[in-house]
Design a protein around this ligand. Sequence first.
Ligand SMILES: Cc1cc2nc3c(=O)[nH]c(=O)nc-3n(C[C@H](O)[C@H](O)[C@H](O)COP(=O)(O)OP(=O)(O)OC[C@H]3O[C@@H](n4cnc5c(N)ncnc54)[C@H](O)[C@@H]3O)c2cc1C
Ligand SMILES: COc1ccc2c(c1)CN(c1nc(C(=O)N(C)c3cc(Cl)c(F)cc3C(=O)O)c(Cl)s1)C2
Length: 469
Amino acid sequence: METKNKKHVAVCGGGLVGAMMACYLAKRGYKVDIYERRSDIRLMEVVRGRSINLALSCRGREALRGVGLEDEISKNGIPMGARMIHDLNGQRRPIPYGTKDQYIMSIDRRLLNEALLTAAEKYPSVRIFFSHKLLSCDFEKGEAEFCNDKGDTLRIQVDLIIGADGAYSALRRQMMKLRLFDYEQTYIPHGYMELNIPPNSNNEFAMETNYLHIWPRNEFMMIALPNLDKSFTTTLFMPFEIFEGIDTEEKLMKFFEERFPDAIKLLGAEELKKTFFTSKALPMVSIKCKPYHVGGKSVIIGDAAHSMVPFYGQGMNCGLEDCIVLNEMLEKYNDDLAKALPEYTKMRHPDATAMCDLAMYNYIEMRSHVNSKLFLLRKKVDNILHMLFPRTWVPLYTMVAFTRTRYHQCISRREWQDKIINQGITMSTVGGGVGLILGAYLLHKSGGLSPVYDFLEDSVNKVQGWLKL
Ligand SMILES: Cc1cc2nc3c(=O)[nH]c(=O)nc-3n(C[C@H](O)[C@H](O)[C@H](O)COP(=O)(O)OP(=O)(O)OC[C@H]3O[C@@H](n4cnc5c(N)ncnc54)[C@H](O)[C@@H]3O)c2cc1C
Ligand SMILES: COc1ccc2c(c1)CN(c1nc(C(=O)N(C)c3cc(Cl)c(F)cc3C(=O)O)c(Cl)s1)C2
């Protein structure tokens, strides 16, 4: 692909979204220089960072498909066709995500990042500068300044500076100096800590493999995703003050015996103690900002533009979908940045902020009153209504994880569904009430079990049978 009349772009951040965007831009014939603060993770023994694995769903897979990487990544992913709910007495109950072809995938974060960096590097017009940290930039001149691990500074001039430098983005910090730039951030009182469920003594998975394991305990929660090495990366979510209050091994074991008794054997008591007292609980922040662009000179994508709490497993999926949308805008406006970038903000901001809100909403839901019984019931009702009314009742998580329905439309449909179900509940309550009064009257008049009463009792039993309550 000719690059003579195409743009020269600097992508700050060689994480999942930056490397993905570099592939899309290179496919368009752009000259792309990636500046990544860390050294080359492909050469590192251990890569410290956030969750070791992630749930890849429809939006992320579509982005990978767009650059020909879906098959390579999927073959190294572990399909999860259902959630496995662990309740307090150790009972495990599966709840399918949908039909058998509706599954999400557990993907190793490092493997995904390495594959995306290697794919980007294959394009002759892409260069990657590791150990280069963005310090500042001048949007008017299209200039950016970096420092390398030797402390040298480097100044470059390009047509477009893209910030894919994550939740604590340096490029976004530069944008915050500009007038009319809106910004809000919220740290939640919960932290997360990664634990590990190793393979069992036969070197097999210690739990059912193709499931997203969940221990919902209202204000506490654990989630475990399978790894290729037959372990499960297990993330414990708790308020920081609870983490801090567990300062002895006795307190830790008492806590797990009360809240996650079945997990002790799976985690291994000694390993649990060792990991818990050598790790720090990490924060989770929700960040919304606007606009994502500065004229035709710069744009932020991924967590740099919208960081969300992980309670929908959509942060990466959303960031990868940003790449599809930005590419569509460049296509639509024939690479005219002065038109494409403002359109990108206009198109993407409502959806990205909707997903931030959905993730926060689910965090508050899960934290306040979702234990395993209620989690099970809600998902079952969702699935039954979807079976009965497949075109009108699409569960929210299905729209989010299994379609490319725009995120803000997922919310408007949820509000419509809530209205329907609330009206349904009201009508059935009223209807039920009228039915009962009528039934009682007929019972009284006929002196025997009235047909209405039989019908009512029969239909409630049927629904209960369906719900297996
Ligand atoms: C506990 C947890 C669980 C999660 N689970 C899921 C999940 O199941 N599914 C999902 O879709 N998402 C999940 N996420 C969200 C996901 O991790 C993020 O949305 C995703 O990593 C964002 O990618 P990014 O490339 O935008 O940012 P990052 O992955 O943060 O990458 C930013 C890159 O920029 C580099 N950088 C930073 N500053 C500079 C600088 N100044 N100069 C140069 N380079 C810089 C960094 O080194 C990094 O390589 C989870 C997040 C957490 C915390
Ligand atoms: C590595 O750390 C993490 C941390 C959190 C998550 C993930 C990985 C992956 N996550 C996914 N969430 C959904 C989802 O849509 N919802 C509503 C759910 C939300 C919660 Cl909080 C939950 F526990 C189950 C479901 C569920 O439905 O299974 C998926 Cl679909 S995948 C959350």
